[in-house]
Write a protein that binds this ligand. Sequence first.
Ligand code: AMP
Ligand code: MG
Length: 341
Amino acid sequence: MTTQLLSTTEQDLERAAELIRAGGLVAIPTETVYGLGANGLDAAAVEKIFLAKGRPQDNPLILHIHDASQLPDFCREIPDAAWKLAERFWPGPLTMVLPVADAVPKTTTAGLDTVGVRCPDNDATREIIRLAGVPIAAPSANTSGKPSTTTAAHVLHDMDGKIAAIVDGGPCRVGVESTIVDLTGPMPRLLRPGGIGPEALEQVLGALIVDRAVTGEIAKDAVVRAPGMKYKHYAPAAEVLIVEGPAEAAARYVRARFQPGDAVLCFEEELPLYAGCNPTAYGRESSPATLSAGLFGALRKLDGGDVQRIFARCPTGGGISVAVRNRLRKSAGFHIVNAEE
Ligand code: AMP
Ligand code: MG
């Protein structure tokens, strides 16, 4: 199959919608990461997503809608909290888990009786959903286990020849996947941190339980609420080791161990500390949004050559830094050292 490259002209968006309606796979731009989209109501089309990504069948997909008014079409029992969150954060990087309606096939939800729904903050993609007349089921548009894709070039690298088209909407603004909150239990539960920080959710929800999976490692056989969380994720070929602690101490730790084949993934402010240690900056520590926007691109860059080990610096703090920390820890397989110990 030849993968078509589409732009965001109305004509190309119509073409993308047509391909979706016909059961094809189309990579779509969103503010978080690129999605690998198919008609979310067509089990055979959704099946192709799992094949193209090499994605385990028990890992559900997020259903993308163009407007909150579509919620009742795909979810049952929508609590007030869901409407409040939609009002405050949609379109935006927030996925809500709600009881699934009969219209949605089991393939989309990986057999769960709940569905993750989101309205993305990207005009082109919302227009494709509207034109297609169906919700788009989409996970991130990367080969399963690899860092997510935040440019059309990343998607082409992983999906060339495997999907019908890629809509190039430029680089993703947020750069990490959506925040996922489960509204099906007695208390709202944060399943995955993302573009919307836990503090902002708490402002709307009052209380919020933070799932263990957000910060800690999950055993392979564990029953988890967001099944994607148990898999090794976002991982370049090289081994990733997170070095925590103050800048100077971390640099001393790394410099004492640095060998040929190693690389450093750090903040722009720390580049001078790693001269001669093959450093790549993924953003500025003083601006966490630049870290989330740059993380996956930097991990992909380091995935290309002959780097065998990456010493990585990870931000502290709340907001979107929680998501950056979560993704980096997973890419490191929770391999973390403290430079001062
Ligand atoms: P991705 O962004 O590629 O990781 O794919 C979507 C992620 O959303 C999955 O890995 C799941 O962790 C999560 N998800 C989707 N639907 C549900 C659901 N019904 N319940 C819990 N988590 C979900
Ligand atoms: Mg993913």
